[in-house]
Design a protein around this ligand. Structure first.
Ligand SMILES: C[S@@+](CC[C@H](N)C(=O)[O-])C[C@H]1O[C@@H](n2cnc3c(N)ncnc32)[C@H](O)[C@@H]1O
Length: 258
């Protein structure tokens, strides 16, 4: 009885696989890497200078935070071509998503704190670990990875050391984050100017971080996005430092008005 059932299953599988191969059925769709939308690719691989970075994406689970945006790529290119500016600096990244830009700063010798909303921390943490584990074992004995929980307790003894990398929750609506008390040489953010209802919070966060150098790379898609730039001029001197025409990405620097 059991062997008859097994034979029927095998015959059924053979027939359906032949039908699929001939295109008689939609049951089998062959995976074609070139036909997958960039946001649906599970991995994206980059090379900036001599550094390779591999990012896992998860659009279905993490939405906008789970994929690499062009603005992050342009920010990386900027960081890599301004190594001396980033080397040895304390850098905080806002809305880090998959963490590409912050990783680039880290690989150029900065100490970096990558931040995002609590719900997006998983993919960020995973990508930081994926790209630092090898490096800390093989290249830099002082490299470290630390994860700071919502209550700001960090599970590493490496915090504050040169060329460290850390992940933490920082929601722009949070007015009392302890990271506002630290000194940040540079604050970076890529593609974070997109939710109009968050503009006030984002501007307040930028002001609370008190960094003398804030760099945001962005694609200004709608009138509201330009409005953010105008709003920020009440507090900052805003300068366009890069315009990547092919990707339609701008990097602006924001410096406090005197
Ligand atoms: C378009 S994604 C950009 C991600 C990444 N920086 C990149 O360029 O690939 C916007 C990011 O901003 C983060 N974000 C949005 N609102 C936020 C908030 N209120 N506080 C902190 N992060 C926020 C999202 O979680 C997401 O990671």
């Amino acid at each position: 009885m059991e062997s008859t059932l097994m034979s029927s299953i095998i015959v059924f599988l053979v027939i359906t696989s032949k039908m699929s191969a001939k295109g008689d059925s939609g049951a089998l769709v062959l995976y074609d890497e070139n036909n997958v939308l960039p946001q649906h690719k599970p991995y994206k691989h980059f090379q900036f200078g001599s550094n390779k970075i591999s990012i896992r994406q998860n659009w279905a689970h993490d939405g906008v935070a789970g994929i690499v945006w062009d603005a992050a790529v342009v920010m990386c290119e900027y960081i890599v071509s301004n190594t001396e500016f980033f080397k040895g600096k304390n850098v905080l990244e806002l809305g880090a998503g998959t963490g590409l830009a912050g990783l680039c700063a880290y690989l150029q010798g900065a100490s970096v704190l990558l931040t995002d909303r609590e719900e997006s921390i998983g993919i960020l943490k995973e990508n930081v670990m994926r790209n630092t584990a090898v490096r800390s074992n093989k290249e830099a004995s002082h490299s470290s990875f630390a994860y700071c929980s919502v209550d700001q307790t960090c599970d590493s003894t490496f915090l504050g050391k040169d060329n460290s990398i850390e992940v933490a929750v920082l929601n722009w609506s949070d007015r009392k984050n302890t990271y506002f008390n630290s000194e940040w040489d540079v604050v970076i953010g890529s593609d974070i100017i997109y939710i109009e209802s968050s503009f006030d919070d984002l501007l307040t966060t930028m002001r609370q971080l008190k960094s003398s150098s804030i760099l945001l790379s962005c694609r200004l898609r709608y009138d509201k996005d330009y409005k953010f730039i105008e709003l920020s001029k009440e507090y900052f001197n805003v300068k366009l430092v890069v315009y990547d025409e092919n990707r339609d990405i701008r990097i602006f620097s924001f410096r406090f008005l005197d």
